[in-house]
Design a protein around this ligand. Structure first.
Ligand SMILES: Nc1nc2c(ncn2[C@@H]2O[C@H](COP(=O)(O)OP(=O)(O)OP(=O)(O)O)[C@@H](O)[C@H]2O)c(=O)[nH]1
Ligand SMILES: [Mg+2]
Length: 292
């Protein structure tokens, strides 16, 4: 049996390995076909991928990126293996930039600044995320949402990767986040998300490590961005070792969530603004204002 739990809205069902992956892929293909390619009307898309020593995974990732993406930016954290050679061979059009500073957060911030597209998507290089899902994120961004996060824990999402300890940690951090910010999100520490580049300044990112994912969500709430969650299937990293340390990085996420609540706009106020925006403009870009 796999760890993938398919959530039918009320309860989770464990699925056998083969069936779980096949069902998730079929779902991705089916919904991708159903979605109209609205974003092609106006928006160009930059995909930012932080990468450090992923030579054995990166080609698999790059080869699956569809033409929804106009620009691929690999942000290299000083890889010492053949990551960059492999990447350029798989996708000669890839743009490689060296990260400023250390850590995944620094890498993403470097990549966001280098991106030229109207929409920025971020995704990992270890093969744990399906590039075919990018279309789902774009669909929401083209239909009135400002910031779209993947979620492994809503109906249609799942994880074949997460350990019991990480699941517990994620649940705890999410509970803290939801209670402090009056929100009802279902996932916090997941690195697959997308947003309109015009909001980059509003996000005002400063994180250097893995806590950047939480910081982005905190700042999106503070800025009154309209947030949507889309189901995402997390696969196991294809090969190699994780760079994440549960206690160290979990603590950094907690500090980020607590610090954001103390200094920012109150969660209630942000939510009220969000609801007002939604009522006024059910479809189309919202008016996101940076808190005074
Ligand atoms: N440029 C850069 N990329 C990094 C750095 N640390 C991690 N990454 C990349 O960020 C992505 C996520 O890192 P992972 O080690 O897979 O972390 P994770 O996905 O939280 O952990 P697992 O689920 O165990 O894989 C991968 O593409 C890494 O190569 C870094 O310091 N610099
Ligand atoms: Mg990973």
């Amino acid at each position: 049996m796999s760890d993938l739990q398919v959530n039918n809205g009320r309860q989770n069902h464990r699925l056998p390995d083969g069936l779980a992956v096949a069902a998730a892929r079929a779902h991705v293909d089916y919904t991708a076909e159903m979605l109209t390619d609205v974003r092609k009307q106006t928006n160009s898309v930059s995909l930012v991928i932080p990468v450090r020593n992923e030579a054995r995974n990166i080609a698999w990732v790059l080869e699956q990126i569809t033409d929804d993406v106009d620009e691929i930016i690999l942000v290299d954290g000083g890889s010492t293996d053949a990551t960059l050679i492999t990447a350029c061979r798989a996708r000669p059009d890839v743009r490689v930039v060296d990260q400023e500073g250390v850590g995944k957060g620094s890498a993403l911030r470097t990549g966001f600044l280098a991106a030229t597209g109207d929409i920025i998507v971020m995704m990992d290089a270890d093969g744990s995320m399906l590039p075919q899902e990018i279309r789902h994120y774009l669909h929401f961004l083209s239909n009135g949402y400002d910031f779209v996060k993947g979620s492994r824990f809503i109906a249609g999402g799942g994880s074949l990767d997460i350990t019991r300890l990480r699941r517990l940690g994620n649940r705890f951090l999410l509970a803290v986040f939801n209670s402090l910010y009056d929100s009802e999100l279902t996932d916090l520490c997941y690195g697959f998300c997308a947003f309109h580049r015009r909001y980059l300044e509003h996000l005002d990112l400063a994180a250097t490590g893995f806590e950047i994912e939480a910081e982005m969500t905190v700042q999106a709430v503070h800025s009154g961005l309209r947030i949507a969650e889309v189901p995402s299937l997390e696969l196991p990293r294809r090969t190699g070792k994780s760079n994440l340390h549960v206690v160290r990085d979990g603590t950094r996420v907690l500090v980020t969530v607590l610090r954001g609540r103390r200094t920012g706009l109150s969660g209630r106020l942000a939510q009220a603004l969000l609801n007002r925006n939604r009522a006024e403009a059910p479809v189309g870009p919202s008016i996101a204002r940076r808190p005074a």
